[in-house]
Design a protein around this ligand. Structure first.
Ligand SMILES: [Zn+2]
Length: 283
């Protein structure tokens, strides 16, 4: 090895020691392990709690989710409703969360064989994986009773979100980020048009900086609405394009084999970037 070779070796060793020059990949590639973990949680939820009907099986599902979260900072918030006892799950280990990440976990009634792999389990798995990683300064909210039984109204559907929004458990300034149906292989996320405009603008910036293509959806009925109604800043990221012509949505075709770790990794990259942007705005 000549002098030049020795110099190169020294620079390489110094760079390695400092962790400089290591190619960690794109923000999405960096989330690969997290995407796999999220997928594993989602599949397990579908296998072990296939029915998570609000007021009937959802309490057991809430306990299942709570058991998969770090014990510290986790609580099950059970509440009575005309359709029975519902239960949201909370997880928070920071004093002032930068945002609340929300996923519903209940399943839709009246569809034989429905396990809600993409619709409910996918983002629940993602939030469980992120909570276990423990790096984001956020609160996690798993809502029960998002699905309506007959038709969305003030008394049917979004029940867990209404309960959380009205309960005063979250500071009104804390942004609410609802994630729904973001785990299928055909990843085509969009932002609900009836979310908070400034938060949607930050979300579009986060998507652009992450390399995730996000479309604009029209008005969407989802868990962000009770929070908006209660005076929160809330948005909804949803991929409402599930199967040919959305044919797998709310059918027994919504099964774990349709899920993709890559889609969950993309969602994780987007969420991490959005939280970083929010942190810069409100340190
Ligand atoms: Zn649904």
């Amino acid at each position: 090895m000549g002098r030049r070779g020795l110099l190169c070796a020294c620079i390489t060793l110094t760079a390695l020691a400092l962790g400089v020059g290591c190619d960690d990949g794109t923000p999405i590639e960096q989330e690969r392990a997290l995407g796999e973990a999220a997928l594993a949680h989602a599949v397990a939820l579908c296998e072990e709690r296939p029915s998570r009907l609000a007021g009937r099986d959802s309490r057991a599902a809430a306990d299942w989710i709570a058991a998969r979260l770090p014990q510290e900072g986790t609580r099950v918030d059970a509440f009575e409703t005309p359709i029975g006892t519902l239960a949201n799950v909370w997880h928070c280990r920071v004093e002032r969360p930068v945002a609340v990440l929300v996923s519903h976990f209940d399943t839709k009634a009246g569809i034989p064989g429905f396990v809600g792999a993409n619709d409910g389990a996918s983002t629940t798995g993602l939030l469980i994986a992120l909570a276990n990683e423990g790096k984001l300064p956020v609160a996690y909210l798993f809502t029960d009773g998002e699905e309506c039984r007959v038709a969305y109204s003030n008394t049917d559907g979004l029940t867990g979100a209404w309960h959380a929004a009205r309960s005063g458990q979250i500071d009104k300034r804390t942004p609410i980020i609802v994630l729904d149906m973001l785990g299928d292989a055909g990843f085509n996320p969009s932002l609900a048009g009836n979310g908070s405009a400034w938060l949607n603008a930050l979300a579009r910036r986060a998507a652009q900086e992450t390399g995730v293509r996000v479309e604009d959806a029209g008005a969407i009925i989802d868990d962000h609405l009770p929070f908006v109604a209660a005076g929160y800043h809330a948005i909804d990221l949803i991929d409402f394009d599930y199967g040919p012509g959305n044919a797998w949505w709310h059918t027994a075709e919504d099964t774990p084999d349709k899920l993709s770790a890559d889609s969950l990794a993309q969602t994780a990259a987007f969420v991490r970037r959005l939280i970083a942007i929010l942190e810069q705005k409100h340190p």
